[in-house]
Ligand binder design. Structure first.
Ligand code: CDM
Ligand code: ATP
Length: 275
């Protein structure tokens, strides 16, 4: 069985308060982006391991045991004693980029195992499992534009469609630690609630829709700020860093001619159309 975990961007990202457990409550809108990994799982008929992981495409640091698709398998295996599996993961989504790549792989692994082994788990149950794997994972279970609060796993519906808009995603060769980015943040409530901002035309978002991480990440990595400024210069109607970085996205009108520049070597660029 094969599935294609997609990335996400954050439309607005407001860190509102620090929680007693050390995490932060935030407000954001998650929006899926059709930049995808590939994940294939088959039953392992030989050897005596519970799983094998074959990985290709972009490099991921860390041990196999810490790969989020393995963590997702183990989470369900503990409860359902699953058959041994042979996992093939092709990474196309840059890791540690604010695009939720690892989180998406984990959520899609849960959905794939649920279907493959007829576990009959509901979306709500899958979201609970996903939240154990990372703050960003639960979104990918339903994978539809949604307003998120809490640590990023308390959802409420929004009527927002960017279907047909073009997106340019630029990930410079810079690693931003999510943990460090949160540690440097000063939680505060935005003047205008994000739920109100997203109701306005996209052309109006620039003055109101903020990613709070930019304030601390841009001074450390001016190159990330420059990418955002370049995207505006080249006609983006809205541009922002996503997640805790380092990726920056620009939204362009459906009819716009997208910029073709490379933003420097070792930079990952994706151009696509939102659904
Ligand atoms: C910044 C976002 O990308 C917005 O979508 C996400 O909240 C980050 O989600 P994520 O990468 O899945 O984060 P996790 O791997 O769960 O947590 C990494 C670290 O970020 C911090 N963290 C994460 C999420 C959150 N709501 N508050 C936090 O303080 C914690 O120190 C945590 O140890
Ligand atoms: N399958 C995987 N794909 C990508 N990263 C993985 C995976 N499994 C574990 N990781 C680890 O997770 C971290 C990155 O996870 P992920 O890609 O979700 O973060 P991100 O791109 O920063 O997105 P966000 O911060 O928005 O959640 C890296 O430290 C990486 O080593």
């Amino acid at each position: 069985m094969i599935t294609f975990p997609n990335a996400k961007i954050n439309l607005g990202l407001n860190i509102v308060e620090k929680r007693p457990d050390g995490y932060h409550n935030l407000e954001t809108v998650f929006y899926p982006v059709p930049l995808e990994d590939a994940l294939e799982v088959n039953i392992l008929h030989e050897g005596n391991e519970k799983f094998r992981l074959h990985q290709a495409g972009l490099e991921i640091e860390g041990e196999v045991e810490n790969n989020l698709v393995v963590k997702a398998y183990k989470l369900l295996d503990e409860k359902f004693n699953l058959p041994p599996v042979d996992i093939h993961l092709f990474k196309h989504i840059p890791s540690g980029a604010g695009l939720g790549g690892g989180s998406s792989d984990a959520a899609y692994m849960l959905k794939l195992l649920n279907e493959k082994f007829n576990l009959a788990l509901t979306d709500e149950t899958l979201e609970e499992y996903a939240a154990k794997l990372g703050a960003d994972c639960a979104f990918f279970i339903r994978n539809a534009p949604t307003y998120a609060e809490g640590i990023g796993n308390v959802f409420s519906p929004i009527s927002l469609s960017l279907k047909g808009y073009q997106i340019v995603l630029v990930k410079p060769d810079i690693f931003v630690s999510t943990w460090e980015a949160f540690a440097q943040i000063k939680p505060h409530r935005q003047e205008m609630p994000l739920k109100e901002i997203v109701k306005r035309p996209v052309e109006k978002w620039k003055e109101w829709m903020m990613n709070d991480f930019e304030e601390s990440v841009f001074p450390q990595f001016p190159a990330i700020r420059e990418i955002k400024e370049d995207l505006y210069k080249q006609g983006a109607i809205y541009a922002s860093m996503t997640g805790s970085g380092s990726s920056v996205f620009g939204l362009f009108e459906p009819s716009a001619i997208l910029p073709s520049n490379t933003f420097g070597e070792k930079t990952f660029i994706y151009r696509g159309i939102l659904k």
